[in-house]
Write a protein that binds this ligand. Structure first.
Ligand SMILES: Cc1cc2nc3c(=O)[nH]c(=O)nc-3n(C[C@H](O)[C@H](O)[C@H](O)COP(=O)(O)OP(=O)(O)OC[C@H]3O[C@@H](n4cnc5c(N)ncnc54)[C@H](O)[C@@H]3O)c2cc1C
Length: 441
């Protein structure tokens, strides 16, 4: 079999790339090992930059129709009281509308729905989009991709090979890159439960020792994420579902009824956060994207977004190479140069956010509460935080910012103007720098 581009893995990253390339007239073969939808939770929050990319792919209306918009994120600190509603001690609301963009919200969309929409988009270009379900990529043989589908072995020859297989990536193995994994002192339990219609805001509720993240989905459901100590899963399971019912009800009484919809531990997924970032994204005519290249702590909701954003830059580059008759191997460096520093930045941001919730001391909680509140009180911090997580731009935090956040320096009175923000939003020339360069390296 022959194609212009071979993609191993039909997750969000692989599908976004394939849909883009097929729309530009490149023959793409995409091998996905699964035959049907996976029931596993794999992230649902689409950040503003991802929405912009999905709009360019022509699927935003459908994505919006299947999503629940979050225009702000709430951080609520409470005292938990046995058998009683919690006492609120602080509430901070950070708003996407502080970012100077038309994409002024994030969107909660069931993971498989996003994939289905991307796959259907690709299939609109049926002449170019060749999706192989139940096809496992095994590695390379004689310069070709070796794929097993049913009992048959297929050899696929392509101009460029992309590894989008997620955390376990044969393409990455073939590239011989370094992967240094970092683990955390906590795990998460995650489960979707029903919510009342009025429960529409995304929020994180914390005490000094509890963390409950609540992110409404469409169809009156809410994704819940409950932090536990690393290694405590078995112990908590032994305490029974009543333990979970009680914890959820005491932290968020509005979900006291919904949480009882959990009838079996099988529906509760254990999520073990860790992080890594490879040292290189390409080698010859091989490249990797998404979780094959980096895994991020889920605290800032960036994993899926980084994969789609990688796919956007890589897709534009590959389409350009093909349209201009340029060699893929000679130009893949652009992909790494654009994406690696941005990913590194968001990996650090997510890591910092994870640390903020990693220690169970009252003094640490007081420090956290103040630091989060100061992001709201100081408009520079507010804009920077939301702009950075949106993926639309990058505005570094300075020592002064950290001093203000740490309550060492006073809050600035000045508001950030939309014009000032423009310097920090990614321009098309920054997203796709090869287009302005006359010759490749
Ligand atoms: C438990 C869990 C919870 C998560 N929670 C969040 C979250 O809250 N927010 C968030 O943004 N992100 C979250 N993530 C991360 C997010 O799922 C990933 O960052 C994102 O899906 C990466 O997309 P991807 O396309 O790179 O990889 P994946 O989505 O992992 O897709 C890879 C695809 O490749 C297929 N595949 C693998 N190996 C092969 C092979 N050899 N041959 C053929 N096909 C293959 C897989 O079946 C899969 O379909 C979570 C991930 C996990 C595992």
């Amino acid at each position: 079999m022959k194609a212009e581009v071979f993609i191993a893995g039909g997750g969000v990253g692989g599908l976004a790339l394939a849909a883009k390339l097929a729309s530009r007239g490149l023959h793409v073969i995409i091998a996905e090992q699964l035959k049907k939808e996976s029931p596993a939770y794999k992230g649902e929050l689409l950040q503003p930059k991802t929405l912009a990319i999905l709009e360019r792919l022509g699927v935003l209306d459908e994505i919006e129709a299947n999503g629940h918009a979050l225009d702000e994120l709430r951080f609520q600190e409470v005292h938990r009281r046995q058998g009683q509603p919690p006492e609120e001690i602080n509430l901070t609301e950070l708003s996407y509308s502080r970012v100077a963009t038309t994409y002024d919200h994030s969107l909660m969309v069931p993971h498989e729905k996003t994939k289905e929409i991307l796959r259907n988009k690709g299939m609109e270009y049926e002449e170019y989009f060749h999706y192989l379900p139940g096809a496992r990529f095994l590695g390379f043989e004689n310069g070709m991709a070796k794929v097993k589908q049913k009992k048959e072995i297929l050899y696929i020859q392509a101009g460029v090979y992309i590894g989008a297989e997620g955390r376990s990536s044969p393409t990455r193995d073939a590239m011989n890159v370094e992967v240094n994994r970092k683990d955390y002192n906590h795990h998460f339990l995650t489960v979707t439960i029903p919510r009342p219609e009025s429960f529409t805001k995304g929020k994180i509720i914390t005490t000094s020792s509890c963390f409950l993240g609540l992110f409404p989905l469409p169809d009156r459901e809410v994704r819940t994420v409950f932090l536990i100590k690393a290694g405590d899963y078995k112990k908590i399971k032994e305490l029974g579902l009543e333990h979970l019912y009680k914890a959820y009800s005491e932290l968020e009484p509005e979900l006291a009824e919904g949480v009882r919809a959990i009838q079996d531990w099988k529906t509760v997924q254990l999520m073990i956060p860790f992080t890594y970032h490879v040292d290189k994204y390409y080698s010859g005519n091989l490249a990797i994207l998404g979780d094959a290249a980096h895994t991020v702590h889920p605290m800032a909701g960036e994993g899926m977004n980084l994969a789609v954003q990688d796919a956007d830059v890589l897709g534009e580059l590959l389409a350009w190479c093909w349209e201009e008759g340029k060699s893929y191997a000679d130009h893949l460096h652009y992909y790494e140069e654009v994406r690696k520093p941005r990913v590194e930045f968001l990996l650090n941001l997510s890591h910092m956010s994870a640390l903020v919730y990693s220690f169970r001391y009252e003094w640490w909680r007081r420090f956290r509460m103040k630091a989060v509140q100061r992001i709201f009180d100081d408009d520079y911090l507010h804009v920077k935080q939301m702009l950075n997580i949106s993926g639309l731009g990058k505005w570094d935090f300075t020592f002064i910012d950290r001093g203000i956040q740490g309550n060492v320096l006073p809050v600035r009175k000045k508001k950030v103007s939309d014009q000032e923000q423009q310097h920090f939003l990614f321009s098309e020339a920054e997203d796709y720098p090869w287009k302005r360069s006359k010759k490749g390296r």
